[in-house]
Design a binder for this molecule. Structure first.
Ligand SMILES: *Cc1c(COP(=O)(O)O)cnc(C)c1O
Length: 396
């Protein structure tokens, strides 16, 4: 029975790849890391940020490709994400857990041999309690989230960390709020200046400290922000940190999202497609049905507000996005062309046409990050290197 089920599952998965499927090019991810590394000032290390399941691309395969592309650190948001990397066989690489950690989580993170971020003495106490570990002290220079705004508090934590047994003071960090906004009234430079004036003298005193501040946008914007390490997420996945066009920034999109045309049917005047009849034909046209919907992460805000590529041509979404399907107006010509069975590209290129995560984000007033992070568990991810399939061990 188990055999039969496994066999069925394998075949079902192959079928499911057609309905809503994300294809991830690990060679492109690798090259994006190499490209970001070339940008770095001498000696600065690349930390690949693989939180949120590698921005929806799959944390483990993304992490492996990033390391192959020259990253020497990994960063995640929580302890479970760090454990997943360790369990996946990445036992040696340094991992930074960037988020706040409650007791149990802190033990998990330190137990996994990950570095953690602190800014209060009670957090240091918890690290000591948990048996010690490597800590990075975070100054809040203007993001207004994690870290302390008080240099006095940071100094107290630093002093206490230095004299605590079992605690290694590994790094000093901050995070920029507006690195991706050119029109930020000098806020980025102000944060950079504040971090530099705090961290640089400490670095002179303690040369082993790793100073890190830059996300992808900051790397491209200001070499002075590179310090000893940079934390890049969005760029390694081949998306533009500034939300415009990755290819212009010499980054290669890594993920393609596809589906297929399961049905094509004529739609006459006054006939409609989808819930609420929000699309109504005004003349003879045809509607293609693609089995991908908001249950896969193709957002409902794209209703009557998006495009897909079918057989190298661009067609508008027509009607409301459902949980499991969308409808696309392909016109009478589309009906004649016999599009049924054709592959449809929702993110990616087809012939000379291309739809980027940035294009999708712009349509619905969000950012490229949210587009790929929003792809749900129902969407199988498969991996390839420039078109050659690579087998990835299934997660957990
Ligand atoms: C997510 C995150 C990053 C990565 O930012 P990108 O814009 O994706 O490069 C860097 N630092 C911190 C603290 C983060 O939370």
């Amino acid at each position: 029975m188990a055999d039969t089920l496994a066999g069925l599952r394998a075949r079902a998965a192959m079928g499911a790849y057609r309905r809503a499927h994300a294809s991830v090019n690990l060679a492109a991810l690798e090259r994006n890391c190499a490209r970001m590394r070339r940008e770095l000032r001498d000696g600065a290390a690349l930390c690949a940020v693989v939180k949120a399941d590698g921005y929806g691309h799959g944390a483990l395969p993304s992490a492996r490709a990033a390391l192959a592309g020259g990253a020497s650190w990994l960063a995640v948001a929580d302890a479970r994400e760090a454990l997943e990397l360790r369990e996946g066989g990445l036992t040696e690489v340094p991992i930074l857990v960037m988020g706040p950690l409650e007791e149990g989580e802190l033990e998990q993170a330190l137990g996994a041999g990950a570095d953690v971020v602190i800014w209060r003495e009670d957090q240091l106490g918890a690290v000591i309690q948990a048996g010690g570990g490597r800590v990075h002290v975070k100054l809040d220079t203007g993001m207004g989230r994690l870290g302390t705004r008080e240099r006095g508090q940071a100094a107290d934590v630093l002093a206490a960390a230095r004299s605590a047994s079992g605690v290694v003071l590994a790094g000093l960090m901050t995070h920029f709020a507006t690195a991706d906004e050119r029109d930020d009234e000098g806020f980025f430079e102000q944060q950079l200046q504040e971090f530099t004036s705090w961290a640089a003298p400490l670095k002179r005193e303690h040369p082993q400290l790793i100073l890190h501040a830059a996300n992808s946008a900051a790397v491209l914007r200001a070499p002075e922000a590179h310090f000893d390490m940079v934390r890049c997420g969005i760029s390694i996945y081949g998306m533009d940190p500034f939300g415009v066009d990755a290819i212009e920034r010499e980054l290669e999109p890594v993920l393609e999202l596809s589906s297929y045309v399961a049905e094509v049917k004529a739609c006459g005047p006054r006939q409609s497609a989808g819930y609420g009849r929000t699309f109504r034909a005004s003349e003879d046209t045809a509607i293609a049905l693609l089995p991908i919907g908001y249950g896969d992460g193709w957002r409902r805000a794209l209703s009557n507000n998006g495009e897909v590529l079918i057989a190298g041509a661009r067609y508008p979404m027509a009607g409301t996005v459902s949980m499991d399907s969308i409808t696309v107006e392909v016109g009478a010509a589309g009906l004649e062309a016999g599009l049924r069975g054709e592959r449809a590209q929702l993110i990616g290129a087809d012939g000379s046409e291309r739809i980027s995560a940035e294009d999708v984000a712009r349509r619905i007033g969000t950012i490229n990050y949210e587009v790929t992070c929003g792809l749900t568990r129902r969407v199988p991810r498969t991996y390839h290197r420039d078109g050659t399939a690579v087998a990835e061990p299934p997660p957990g």
